[in-house]
Write a protein that binds this ligand. Sequence first.
Ligand code: NAD
Length: 245
Amino acid sequence: METQVKFSKKDKVAILTGAGISAESGLKTFRDNNGLWENHPVEEVATPQGFNRNPRLVWKFYKQRASQLKKVEPNPGHYALKKLEDYLENNFNLITQNIDELHSRAGNKRILHMHGTLQFCICTKCGKRYKMGNIDLDEEIPKCKTCRAKLRPDIVWFGELPKYLDEIQSIMKSINYFIVIGTSGVVYPAAQLLQIAKQNRVYTIGVNLEVPLNMKYIDEFHQGKSGEILPKLVEQWINIVKENS
Ligand code: NAD
């Protein structure tokens, strides 16, 4: 499907990305893997209950994710969004559910990591926040330097409240386009943002390998791999304007 959209520099655009945009970099999603995250049930490695039951296993899992991240690179989908930010500047906002930081590495600046990132961890008792690089990762369960309680990755797990909800809410009120990429529409409250966009009469665009669960809220859908589709779409979104202006 051809895009119906051309962006002027005055358009206010928000993007929501999920695990799918990083799939072509070699990072597995949940849904394509029967609800498993790198072969682990999400209840085991991405819930507070899982951490309380077995903090060693949870730390082992996120240490593996961190070392895996060192071996992967952003893909053309990430770089296309950097190009879009360069064009829209302050009218661009990227909200991501991903914890992998590949958007930052592609050069995007206006990013809200609503589920946190693998870069930080936090004390379960006093709340002190550490850069992963500043703690002793040789410890099976790293401890807080101040109160010696367990540290945990500063990642939003299932059942916990996402970060930046106020900022996201105000972005959703300000935009005229909302683009959803590589997300199944299953994980709330991220999945609800499409519905909010439609209630606000915002034009919505989806890019996804499969038809997402909340398809009824998408005005324009492009099915396929974001690494292949996004570079072409961004080219059309920003070039059409140049030709006409
Ligand atoms: P999800 O796994 O539920 O869904 C991924 C979606 O991406 C699917 O609908 C799939 O069809 C689509 N997809 C797969 N490959 C694609 C491609 N090449 N191009 C476009 N679409 C593609 O992911 P979600 O909705 O983001 O929810 C999962 C949760 O798990 C998030 O909260 C996230 O924090 C976490 N997670 C993060 C990562 C990461 O940081 N890379 C990886 C796995 C899970």
